[in-house]
Each structure stands twice: as C-alpha cells, then as structure tokens.
Design a protein around this ligand. Structure first.
Ligand SMILES: [Zn+2]
Length: 98
C-alpha cells in the first residue's frame, strides 16, 4: 500500500486586547497604595528614608519583602508609600530593641 504525504499550512491569528490604566503620580503626591490600602503620599526612596530617619537599604528591603507599597516610574525609579515605610521603620526599630 502506497501512502501519500500531505502537507498543510495552518495559519492562526490571535487577537487580544488589554486595558491599561495609567495614573499619573508625582513625588510627594497621593496615590492608592495596594499594600496598606489607603490613598497615601509617595516619595522617592531617598526622601522617604530622610523623612523617617531610616536609610534607603531598609526601605528597599521592605519593598522586596512586600511590606512597603511602591509604584514604579517609567524611567525605572520607584516611589515609596510613606505610611508603609513608616510602619516598616517602626517595626524594625522595635525588633532591634528586643
Ligand atoms: Zn502603603
């Protein structure tokens, strides 16, 4: 029995749509924080550390562990939620004292 080999090309087109909501946020300005669930003021890591008497390393550690809310700006820098940062700084101080 002789078999014929058939070759077919199938073209699949997938169309999708995505809605992206962009909120403009400025340093020192309020934005919604997903971590503490409030409309809070966001600052640069430097300003947040200076305001709270903390340091940027502590701030970034809180961001990495998910304890501090942040927004990423298009150029790659981040703004920090001051309320979350204050809570995290307070927690760190209490942990160090015990
Ligand atoms: Zn927050």
């Amino acid at each position: 029995m002789k078999r014929k080999k058939l070759s077919r090309t199938l073209e699949v087109t997938v169309e999708s749509s995505e809605r992206i909501t962009v909120h403009r946020i400025e340093p020192g300005g309020p934005a919604w924080c997903l971590v503490c669930g409030g409309s809070e003021h966001f600052e640069s890591a430097y300003e947040a550390a200076r305001t709270l008497g903390s340091n940027q390393r502590e701030i970034f550690r809180g961001v990495e562990t998910g304890d501090i809310g942040f927004v990423e700006l298009p150029e790659g820098s981040i703004l920090i939620c001051l309320r979350c940062a204050a809570t995290a700084a307070h927690r760190t101080k209490n942990t160090e004292e015990t």
